[in-house]
Every structure is written in structure tokens, then in C-alpha cells.
Design a binder for this molecule. Structure first.
Ligand code: HEC
Length: 152
């Protein structure tokens, strides 16, 4: 079960950095990170299609997709360590490293919104209306970090 603390630790980058740097080359870690974010985007696109009425609303499917994201989020910490700063293929802005506590706070906000979505979507009365609000909160948490810390 995904706990609020998990993404915080996962996004908690610097604390356990030496181990990660031993496990992964910086270039590979960036590829891994980008793949995890692509996994988020794929899960979100299914939920987004439901909110837009392009596919049928299905609370269990939302719960499955949100859980996929929670299981993915805990791996994110593997990919963030100082040697990845400056990897050319990375679109992380340098200012993220300079504002690491704010970057981590945005990671924690995402973790909280995602935890709420996992929990709420497991309830039998979870409605389309609830989904709009809970999925919307996750979408906003993605955007809030990208606005400040992702290039493009
Ligand atoms: C705490 C900050 C943060 C949060 C929260 C966050 N992202 Fe990102 N995202 C980034 C950064 C930084 C990058 C650039 C990574 C790199 O290239 O090194 C990125 C990159 C991406 C990419 C591009 C990956 C690629 O192939 O280059 C996608 C897609 C993406 N994020 C989707 C999402 C989605 C969807 C969410 C929410 C469910 C989300 N992100 C939440 C910081 C965040």
C-alpha cells in the first residue's frame, strides 16, 4: 500500500545518493527517470479519457491506474542523485538542484494527491464527480512541478 511518505522518500534524492550513484550511470538514470514519467503520463491519459467521456467511467480502472502510478513513484528515488545534474538528455532545469527543498515539496504534494486518489477510488461510492476532483488534483501537482522545474 502506498504511503504518503513513499514518494517523499522517493523524491528525497540527496540523502541516499552514493548508493544510487554506484548502481546506475547518470545517463541511464535519466533514461530510467524519463521512462517512469512516461508511465505516469500513460496512466493519467486513461483517467483523462474517462473524465472527458471518451471512454466509460470505471472507478476500479481508475484505482488500478492510480495504484500503478504509486508503484512506479517509489522507484523515482533511484533516478535522482547529484551526478545526473548536467546530463545532456535531461530536461530537469538546473534551478531544481538549487531549490531542492521546494522541488521535494512539489514531489510530496504529488504524493499526497496520488495517495488521496488511490484511497478515494477504492471506495464503492466513488463517482465521476469525485474523479474529476481527485484526478484533477493529481494533474495540477504534475503541472506545478513542470512549470518551475522542467525545461520546455
Ligand atoms: C516533483 C516534480 C515533478 C512532478 C510532481 C512530476 N514531474 Fe514530470 N518531470 C519532472 C522533471 C524534472 C522532468 C524532466 C526529467 C528529466 O528529463 O531528467 C519531468 C519529465 C516528465 C515527462 C517527460 C519524460 C521524457 O520522456 O522525457 C513526462 C511525460 C512527465 N514528466 C509527466 C508527469 C506526470 C504525468 C506527472 C504527474 C502525474 C508528473 N510528471 C509529475 C518533474 C516532475
Amino acid at each position: 500500500m502506498f504511503k504518503k511518505a513513499s514518494f517523499f522518500i522517493a523524491a528525497g534524492l540527496l540523502a541516499v545518493a552514493p548508493v544510487q550513484a554506484d548502481l546506475f550511470e547518470p545517463e541511464d538514470a535519466v533514461k530510467y527517470r524519463q521512462a517512469l514519467y512516461q508511465t505516469f503520463a500513460s496512466q493519467m491519459s486513461v483517467m483523462g479519457a474517462m473524465l472527458q467521456g471518451n471512454i466509460e467511467f470505471d472507478a476500479a480502472e481508475i484505482n488500478r491506474r492510480a495504484t500503478n502510478m504509486a508503484n512506479t513513484a517509489v522507484m523515482m528515488g533511484d533516478t535522482y542523485f547529484p551526478a545526473t545534474r548536467g546530463v545532456e538528455t535531461s530536461n530537469m532545469r538546473d534551478r531544481a538542484w538549487e531549490n531542492m527543498s521546494d522541488f521535494q515539496a512539489k514531489g510530496a504534494a504529488f504524493g499526497e494527491a496520488l495517495t488521496a486518489l488511490v484511497e478515494q477510488s477504492s471506495q464503492s461510492d466513488f463517482s465521476l464527480r469525485d474523479a474529476r476532483s481527485a484526478v484533477g488534483a493529481v494533474q495540477r501537482s504534475c503541472r506545478s512541478c513542470h512549470d518551475d522545474y522542467r525545461a520546455r
